[in-house]
Design a protein around this ligand. Structure first.
Ligand SMILES: [Zn+2]
Length: 570
């Protein structure tokens, strides 16, 4: 008995002395805190120490961890969630986009011409003017002249006769060049047929007289983009820093970078050495770099199990193009282009062999597939590889976008445990015109099938594909739960039965996002022991009226217990 009492006394003393000598670094309180932890879904306060969560629950309990040095962070009634995970974006693309002409919000071709005109005045002689993010479906009217719905280069060439211009489409699968850029690339009426012949999977769009219109799709884009001098190291680094800031300002604490090469990896290593990597990066190796893959197969994945800041354990492939430029690979012809089925970007036997190598060498494979044919082919090849490598028990292969799936293939995601990396915001932006490409029946039965996939047991990870869309997770969350455009139409949403619930949408951006990178045990929910990554919103995104959801602001972003962003209105 005495021993028990002694032991009890000793234990108490240890606990008291622990709390006394090792107080929490910070305690977050006075807000609504959604944990995404089923055991404890809403808590009053969270304590953090050394970058980890050490207590989460009722305020009096969490306060036990307070000491004189503990920073008390008043959430002022705001709403806190686990740090948001962008599950598919292009990190340096986003940063570079911040440095280029940003055409994402342009609403007419005229506006773009004006921006290029001003840029041409500022540019050095011969300097390239680049921009990204235009989309003809976002314009108030079709430009004149236009061809197949796309603009023609003439006006662009007029305002910038001496500076080559290349403006990439929001989808990332097409671009518009001016005359100077085409002349540098040797594209003209005489050469166009020959060049078209050499392009594998892509199109130099020509008008009815055979003149190139300035629009290049898929692999044809390389004719122009290969001529643009690569940004130097300094510009790349600027882009990197700008990307980190964009993440913080948007509440993003983890980012999945969908396709990097050796140069990008060098840049990231430099940033780590400089202490500038302040977002958890999970990068996919670009699958079209054969030497890079070889190198990584030999050395195996690099998994950061100490700081969880930088991990390389996956490979990015492209099965097809995008729907906007009619590059998505379909089982049946396009509704608005008879006889056309889209583009195969990577041969299927390459996808199979990389899947096999991935399983053999411990790499996750993530394949871009938009059209129903592309999705089926990728599932088929994944299935073959899984059958050949039963020893790989938890490969978590992913299909990036998984936009349009034949009803026969829907259940295969759950069956094969293939993750659907979907970007809800794409539905919001694309659904109004996607119906032209696919027609009523295919849209209703197979496009953006979130609830059907979730019901079947598949995991969806959410994101924006930034810079295809702005990185804003609030717009994407809104799209996930409403299936409306950002203008709030249509009433009730498109195919509303496929909406996510708010719980599902939150999970897709947090815990399920972490599952998509094998990190669900260290992040994605607010739970003792996990990384202290949090996003603080101005209002309760789980309860606020749908019509007010888009007014939500990110108030604070916390990475590893440290504040990395605070809104001026906080
Ligand atoms: Zn992408």
């Amino acid at each position: 008995m005495r021993n028990t009492i002694n032991l009890l006394f000793l234990t108490c003393a240890v606990i008291v002395s622990c709390t006394r000598h090792q107080p929490a670094d910070a305690i977050f309180f006075n807000g609504t805190i959604y944990t995404v932890d089923n055991q404890n879904p809403v808590v009053e306060a969270v304590a953090v120490k050394n970058g980890r969560i050490v207590s989460a629950g009722k305020l009096p309990m969490v306060k036990e961890m307070a000491g004189t040095s503990t920073q008390m962070i008043d959430l002022k009634g705001y709403t806190m969630t686990p740090g948001f995970i962008e599950s598919h974006g292009h990190f340096l693309g986003m940063g570079m986009n911040n440095l280029e002409l940003d055409l994402l919000s342009t609403t007419s071709y005229e506006e773009i011409i004006q921006m290029v005109k001003e840029a041409a005045h500022r540019a050095r002689p011969g300097e390239w003017i680049t921009g990204r993010g235009w989309h003809q479906s976002k314009w108030d009217s079709i430009p004149k002249p236009a061809f197949r719905g796309f603009p023609i280069h003439e006006k662009l060439s007029e305002v910038s006769p001496d500076n080559p211009v290349y403006l990439r489409h929001a989808s990332g699968h097409a671009g518009l060049a001016n005359a100077r850029a085409m002349s540098i690339a040797g594209v003209n009426q005489l050469s166009v047929e020959k060049l078209q012949h050499e392009v594998n999977g892509g199109e130099i769009i020509k008008d009815e007289y055979g003149n190139p219109t300035g629009v290049f799709t898929e692999n044809a884009e390389k004719l122009i983009s290969d001529k643009i001098p690569l940004p130097d190291e300094e510009k790349n680094y600027k882009a990197f820093l700008s990307a980190v800031n964009s993440c913080h300002a948007n509440g993003i604490t983890s980012f999945v970078d969908a396709g990097v090469d050796a140069r990008d990896i060098d840049l990231y290593r430099k940033a780590i050495a400089n202490g500038d990597l302040k977002v958890r990066l999970y990068v996919m190796l670009s699958g079209d770099e054969a030497d890079l893959l070889k190198e990584w197969y030999a050395k195996g994945p690099e998994i950061d199990t100490v700081n969880f800041m930088f991990t390389i354990r996956s490979i990015k492939l492209y099965a097809d193009g995008a729907l906007g430029s009619r590059g998505a690979w379909l089982l049946h012809e396009y509704s608005d282009r008879p006889g056309w089925y889209g583009n195969i970007v990577t041969p299927m036997d390459t996808i199979l062999s990389i899947s096999n190598e991935g399983l053999k060498n411990g790499f996750q494979v993530c394949t871009h597939a938009i059209g129903d044919r592309a999705n089926r082919e990728v599932l088929d090849n994944y299935e073959k590889a899984f059958a050949k490598h039963p020893e790989a028990t938890d490969p978590r292969f992913r299909i990036e976008h998984a936009q349009h799936i034949d009803p026969d293939d829907l259940g295969r995601f759950a069956q094969l445990k293939v993750i659907a990396a979907m970007q809800a915001i794409h539905m919001s932006s694309d659904r109004p015109w996607a119906i032209d490409r696919l027609g009523d029946e295919r849209i209703k039965e197979g496009a953006y099938m979130w609830q059907s996939l979730l019901n079947s047991g598949a995991v969806i990870v959410n994101g924006t594909d930034v810079p295809v869309e702005p990185i804003d997770p609030i717009a994407c969350f809104y799209a996930s739960v409403t299936r409306k455009t950002l203008k709030g139409v249509p009433e009730g949403g498109y195919e509303s039965e496929e909406r996510m619930t708010r719980d599902q949408a939150l999970r897709s951006y947090t815990l399920d996002g972490a599952y998509g990178t094998f990190e669900e045990n260290v992040k994605g929910s607010i739970k003792v022991g996990k990384l202290a990554d949090f996003t603080v919103f101005s209002q309760d995104i789980m309860k606020v009226d749908e019509s007010k959801l888009l007014d939500t602001e990110v108030m604070m972003t916390v990475l590893g217990g440290k504040e990395v962003f605070k809104n001026n209105n906080y």
